[in-house]
Write a protein that binds this ligand. Sequence first.
Ligand code: SF4
Length: 250
Amino acid sequence: MSTKTAIEWTEVTWNPTTGCDRTSPGCDHCYAMALAKRLKAMGQAKYQRDGDPRTSGPGFGITAHESVLNLPRTWCTPKMVFVNSMSDLFHEAVPLDFIRQVFTVMEQTPQHTYQLLTKRSRRLRLVWSDLPWPPNLWMGVSVESRRYLFRANDLREVPAAIRFLSLEPLLGPMPDLDLTGIHWVIAGGESGPGARPVSPDWITQIRDACSEAGVAFFFKQWGGRTPKAGGRALEGRTWDEIPAVVQAAV
Ligand code: SF4
């Protein structure tokens, strides 16, 4: 099933795979891992395989779901689709052939716009040339601190129509942020129990870098105990910019 989502920058989610393993500090409070545990307890069929308890959790073992592969073909109206809110498609346990099938569905449903986000940029860099890159596919990487900026470098090699960075949960400053070849930046603080605080200076520094480079900037949230706890205002306003290709189509 597609799922209406509370994620501010998309419309529906589509999860052809579920499950994952923590790979860097940005994963420490993975909302998907916590949600999978609840969905398993509720008996949801897609969340019955457990992951490695050292890096994953109940109901969060990597699983490919052939049964939902063709779901976007059944949607009558064009949608903005976040692919794999409950997984990482480029996880090493997802067969390349299955990734190819997901890309083929995206290519063959040009009425939809797909947003695909990964932390496995090394694998993305290795396999992108085996995949189609239709204009309705936006490819992004998550980067939580400077240490993981290599993911942005990997992304720059990919011929996606839109390349974007998700700097969330932002865990440190991003001075010298290179936005070459990047079309969109989403930034935000962490939310939930034990949320790690974000400094306003880190956010304004990113906003200014985007402004200077002519890159669309979306500020998602300050974070805190709940997603809405700190609000979304930065210097008195919200920042909901999206790449120009979408603005032109609206
Ligand atoms: S890569 Fe994403 S889905 Fe996987 S554990 Fe980390 S935060 Fe969760």
